[in-house]
Design a protein around this ligand. Structure first.
Ligand code: GDP
Ligand code: MG
Length: 438
């Protein structure tokens, strides 16, 4: 797939703003990449719409292709959607703080419960009690006790024949009496979502009033992720998601799907069977995994940084000397075009409305014509506008398809800007900047 993508992107190398066609072509491949990463179909659809809105008309950075630019925009939107910053488990409540783990059977609830307990004990210095409410599977409670001994975290003593509610009551009471900070409630799962499971979760919730309800979901869940997350969120109410088996082959599309439909943060990811295989969620890392185009993203970022640094340095150096010749004006006009033209800039302004297109067309043409005039001059003329007498102006006008009048207008505009720059540059000796500083 990557090879095919690069082929598409190499074919179209052109500067300026992204057109519908550029974006559509790139999005066709992006859509495939998302589906291959197991992002749910509905999510792919609305996600690519969002990207299209953002991308059409956006500027393309020098030295990258429109296709590469779209990849970068997709990547940015992906990170935004996944949530830009990592969200830790929230313990800001009166202790004992209950955390309830929910999810399907085999998702990794019990394992993750022990991993979180270990982390809270070691990194946050919390006194943690774990309790298994899984009375369905014969060895479930014993499994948690074994893990508890392994990570040296207490588990609630097992009493045969109790219901999940009775166990959670016992857990909360024990925690209050014995001064635990956190109680982790590991619930039973099912092979699929059904009403008895949801009822049981809702009952436990209303009794234990957990501060966090974390959905533990297998990252290989794929297209079912949306239903899973939606059901649990609607019936029980989630505060976050833990994605397990991220050490596997899955590309993490479930992360995007679940985040998209529930809006709930992905708080942690499981990366193995070992008790410390639990990582903070990193949106950029997941974005890279879903998209599989980290190279292109890095390339565009590098190109953008290089251009910004180079141009800022050049402009600053010249302005410091109070210099602003026609070449500088030409560079500035090019910058405006790079940003997607005045149309692109105005598109960022709210409330410009219908007028926008007309004005943009007008100005865009103007920028192009002005640059054409400057490009028809010799380098010496650009550096030294005083050389431009009548005969030269006629030649330039003819060369750029403009009128001598237009050349004069441009020169006047430039002179005004140059004067302004001079007053900046002369700051030390009492120019504009100097005066302002006094
Ligand atoms: P539960 O039914 O939801 O409680 O699931 P378990 O915690 O019993 O986990 C089921 C299996 O998945 C166990 O063999 C775990 O070791 C394994 N498992 C859990 N999390 C991960 C993970 O992040 N990576 C891998 N590779 N295996 C995991
Ligand atoms: Mg379990």
């Amino acid at each position: 797939l990557s090879d095919k993508l690069s082929a598409v992107f190499d074919r179209i190398t052109r500067r300026g703003a992204l057109t519908e066609a550029d974006v559509s072509e790139a999005l066709r491949e992006i859509r495939k990449a998302l589906l291959e990463a197991d992002v749910a179909l509905d999510v792919v659809r609305s996600f690519t719409d969002k990207v299209r809105d953002r991308a059409v008309g956006a500027g393309v950075i020098k030295s990258v292709s429109p296709g590469q630019m779209v990849v970068k925009i997709v990547n940015d939107v992906l990170i935004e959607t996944l949530g830009e910053t990592a969200q830790p488990i929230d313990l800001a409540a009166k202790p004992p703080v209950a955390i309830m783990m929910v999810g399907l059977q085999g998702a990794g609830k019990t394992t993750t419960t022990a991993k979180i307990a270990k982390r809270l004990k070691e990194r946050h210095d919390k006194r943690v009690l774990m309790a298994s409410l899984d009375v369905k599977r014969p060895a479930a409670q014993e499994q948690l006790a074994v893990l508890g001994r392994q990570v040296e975290v207490d588990t609630l003593p097992i009493v045969a024949g109790q219901t999940p509610i009775q166990i959670s009551r016992r857990a909360m009471e024990a925690a209050r009496l014995q001064g635990y900070d956190v109680v982790l409630l590991d619930t039973a799962g099912r092979t699929h979502i059904d009403e008895p499971l949801m009822q049981e979760m809702a009952d436990i919730k209303s009794y234990a009033e957990p501060h966090e309800i974390l959905l533990v979901a297998d990252s290989l869940t794929g297209q079912d992720a949306v239903n899973l997350a939606k059901n649990f969120d609607e019936r029980v109410g989630l505060t976050g998601i833990v994605l397990t088996r991220m050490d596997g082959d899955g590309r993490g599309g479930a992360a995007l799907s679940m985040r998209y439909v529930t809006g709930k943060p992905i708080k942690l990811i499981g990366t193995g069977e070992k008790m410390d295989a639990l990582d903070e969620f990193s949106p950029s890392r997941i974005a890279q995994r879903i998209l599989g185009m980290g190279d292109i993203v890095a390339l565009v970022e590098k190109a953008a940084a290089a251009i910004d640094a180079e141009e800022a340095r050049k402009a600053a150096a010249r302005m410091a000397k109070g210099k602003f010749d026609l070449q500088d004006l030409c560079d500035q006009l090019a910058q405006v075009e790079k940003l997607g033209g005045l149309g692109g800039i105005m598109g960022l302004l709210p409330g410009v409305g219908k007028m926008k297109e007309q004005i943009a067309n007008l100005d865009e043409g103007l920028i192009g014509r002005q640059r054409a005039i400057i490009l028809s001059m010799t380098p010496q003329e650009r550096r030294n506008p005083d050389l431009l007498k009548a005969s030269r102006k006629k030649r330039i006008a003819a060369g750029s398809g403009a009128r001598v009048e237009d050349v004069n207008k441009l020169l006047k505009q430039h002179r005004q800007m140059a004067d302004l720059m001079k007053s900046f540059g002369a700051g030390k000796r009492g120019g504009l900047m100097g005066k302002a500083a006094q």
